[in-house]
Design a binder for this molecule. Structure first.
Ligand SMILES: Cc1cc2nc3c(=O)[nH]c(=O)nc-3n(C[C@H](O)[C@H](O)[C@H](O)COP(=O)(O)O)c2cc1C
Length: 253
């Protein structure tokens, strides 16, 4: 089979796979893998059916930076490759959204309506107390989970497998199923407990993705800086946000 065809198939495998939705790097395998026949069937079916859809969980905890989940949800909902977004927020997350976005009356029930402009139909809001929700089980295929922002408290709970609410349980499931978990942590400075918890999550396969925007693309505004940071998250998830800045290299004078 030609290299180009394998490359095309690998691109399709970025998204939903028969293995239940792991992201590309773990799914792309070389010819000869025992599961090739299953994957080939899936690839051909998806090439014919145009089924390249991503489902993901977005969890919002009570860290500062409500603008991150606000803009991230809007970018994800507008992204054609994303078909479903499960949103779950902690009570502190709802509180900080209200405080920082100056909304006051945002609740779980009106969250999508209040903060998502288009593509709202892709969003399903889940209750953080509902530890029986679909994303609480590894048998339910979700491609990835992003906790944005992720407090030090939730980081600690995830790092130690506490699983006392839906966010913590879904993150635990994401790790055990070897799916992609990104924690957009937000605090400064860090104590040793935070650092140890980040180490544990990293060892378990999670990605610590600190809320640290870059400036090498010369942002024209705070929103511009934030958006480029959010596009970096989307790139990590295998998405291709069209407005993502790509460094082209620079020359030393
Ligand atoms: C306005 C506000 C901003 C906060 N910012 C942070 C923060 O940036 N990082 C953090 O770890 N906790 C922050 N906290 C504290 C957490 O919200 C608090 O520890 C909470 O219990 C975390 O619960 P959760 O992880 O379930 O959302 C903030 C609280 C408030 C009210």
């Amino acid at each position: 089979m030609g290299a180009d065809l394998w490359a095309a198939m690998a691109t399709r495998l970025k998204f939903r796979s028969p293995s239940g939705g792991r992201l590309p790097h773990s799914d792309v395998q070389t010819p000869g893998d025992p599961k090739d026949h299953e994957k080939l069937l899936f690839v051909w079916a998806s090439l014919i059916g145009g089924n390249s859809r991503v489902e993901m969980t977005v969890a919002i905890t009570g860290g500062s930076g409500a603008v991150y989940p606000y803009r991230f949800l809007n970018h994800l909902a507008a992204e054609p490759a994303v078909s479903r977004i499960y949103v779950v927020a902690s009570s502190s997350g709802i509180r900080v959204l209200n405080e920082e976005l100056e909304l006051r009356s945002l609740t779980l029930n009106n969250l999508a309506e209040k903060i998502v402009e288009s593509g709202r139909e892709k969003i399903e809001v889940l209750n953080n107390n509902d530890i029986g929700a679909k994303i609480a089980s590894g048998s339910f295929p979700v491609d990835a989970m992003v906790v944005i922002p992720c407090t030090m408290g939730t980081l600690g709970a995830i790092a130690n497998g506490v699983s006392r609410d839906l966010i913590q349980r879904a993150a635990d499931v994401t790790l055990k199923e070897r799916r992609k978990l990104l924690l957009v942590i937000r605090d400064t400075p860090f104590n040793l407990i935070h650092i140890e918890n980040m180490r544990l999550v990293t060892l378990a396969g999670g990605v610590i993705f600190p809320a640290v925007p870059s400036f090498y693309h010369r942002p024209a505004s705070i929103n511009d800086a934030i958006d480029q940071f959010l596009y970096r998250i989307m790139l990590q998830l295998g998405l291709q946000p069209s407005k993502a800045y790509r460094w082209q290299g620079s020359k030393v004078e």
